[in-house]
Design a protein around this ligand. Structure first.
Ligand code: NAD
Ligand code: ZN
Ligand code: ZN
Length: 352
């Protein structure tokens, strides 16, 4: 089969690799229907995630059709069309059973980390994929759901919702600021609405992304290149700051912005994957009673979000802006890496 292989920092190639095989009785094999690229794949390609070894097939999002099932699999069958979660969880270890599948301690891939696709085991930017713990890690694609809708459930919708909105404890009436209007930030903007905030302020430095944020439910937008960006956000509050600030970029500067925006007693939810240490001025922050959260997505809200997508309570059709075939994966990366030039958000790569 063909797959997108990481060849070391800055290098990737779409090339022939051996077909995957069933290794564990709980595995299934999936023939990919569609996949996509995540900001985290770019972090890997830039060498920010050194645990990823050259030779690894990239990608952790996708939809596919089951072609083979392990002997322990009873709830899934050949021919089922499924959404793959970016987290592969055994469902049996202490962390899985306490609601933290992102830290599944099964030795598959890397004990203690549930996100293993395109990281510790071969991923989804491939014609075929071996899916471990399939019955705990895939969801049958609801009838009528499009590829462009289903693909968002692998990672970005659960990430924006769980690590941004839920960890940030958005309450009715809150003013929420989301720093970064990429796919993950926009997923936070859209799912924050489920909790009835009074205002959602999107902050980005790309006017096209800010225009999108308004379409996705932001009630106000602020261009972070404006010298008075902070005053503009605070003017939308009682002057003391936002209740919840969600960081969805992964840079020291944007984390600092989120911390600056939050009111005393408020919550900062960091979603971004950081490639460098970030300074925390505890000497100034301690007196503000703020809560800072962070984490790796669990995808344990995937089934719930799937219902909201299927019923269009979450109108997600604006996320996919570009569509490519598998053999155009290099072009798809170019567009995604230079998203601002192409006005791109999520790229769908599908089999022909
Ligand atoms: N925690 C998790 O489990 C998890 C899961 C998936 C993705 N992520 C991370 O979430 C982050 C966002 O992902 P994405 O795919 O939306 O990324 P993206 O790169 O597409 O979007 C980032 C956005 O931030 C904006 N931005 C950059 N610098 C800025 C600044 N100084 N001020 C304001 N805006 C700025 C960009 O214009 C862009 O719109 C990434 O770091 C990604 O790795 C985390
Ligand atoms: Zn991702
Ligand atoms: Zn587990």
């Amino acid at each position: 089969m063909k797959a997108l292989v990481y060849e070391g920092p800055g290098r990737r190639s779409w090339k022939d690799v051996p077909d995957p095989v069933i290794q564990q009785p709980t595995d299934v094999l999936v023939r990919m229907i569609a996949t996509t690229i995540c900001g985290t794949d770019l972090h890997i390609l830039h060498g920010d995630v050194p645990e990823v070894a050259p030779g690894r097939v990239l990608g952790h999002e996708g939809i596919g059709e089951i072609t083979s099932v392990g002997t322990a699999v009873t709830e899934l069958a050949v021919g089922d069309r499924v959404i793959l979660s970016c987290v592969s969880a055994c469902g049996r270890c202490a962390n899985c059973r306490s609601g933290l599948p992102s830290h599944c301690s099964n030795p598959e891939g890397m004990p203690g980390i549930g996100w293993i696709f395109g990281y510790m085991i071969d991923g989804t930017q491939a014609e075929q994929v071996r899916v471990p713990f399939a019955e705990n890690s895939v969801y049958k694609l609801p009838a009528g759901m499009t590829e462009a809708e289903g693909i968002l459930l692998s990672d970005i919708l659960p990430t924006g919702f769980e690590i941004g909105v839920q960890y940030g404890r958005v309450h009715p009436g809150d003013v929420v600021a989301v720093v970064g209007s990429g796919p993950v930030g926009l997923a936070a903007v859209m799912t924050a609405r489920l909790y009835g905030p009074s205002k959602i302020v999107a902050v980005d430095l790309d006017p096209a992304r800010l225009a999108r944020a308004r379409e996705f439910g932001a009630t106000a937008t602020v261009d972070s290149r404006d010298p008075d960006w902070k005053a503009q956000v605070l003017a939308l509050t009682d002057g003391a700051g936002v209740d919840v600030a969600i960081e969805a970029v992964g840079l020291p500067v944007t984390f600092a912005m989120a911390v600056e925006l939050v009111r005393p007693g408020g919550r900062v939810a960091n979603v971004g994957v950081h490639g460098k240490p970030v300074e925390l001025a505890l000497n100034e922050l301690w007196i503000r009673n703020i809560t800072i959260s962070m984490g790796l997505v669990n995808t344990n809200t995937l089934g719930m979000l799937m219902k909201l997508v299927a019923t269009h309570v979450l109108p997600v059709d604006g996320f996919v802006t570009h569509t490519f075939d598998f053999d155009q994966v290099a072009e798809a990366y170019d567009v995604f890496e230079h998203a601002a030039e192409h006005d791109a958000l999520k790229v769908l790569i599908h089999r022909t």
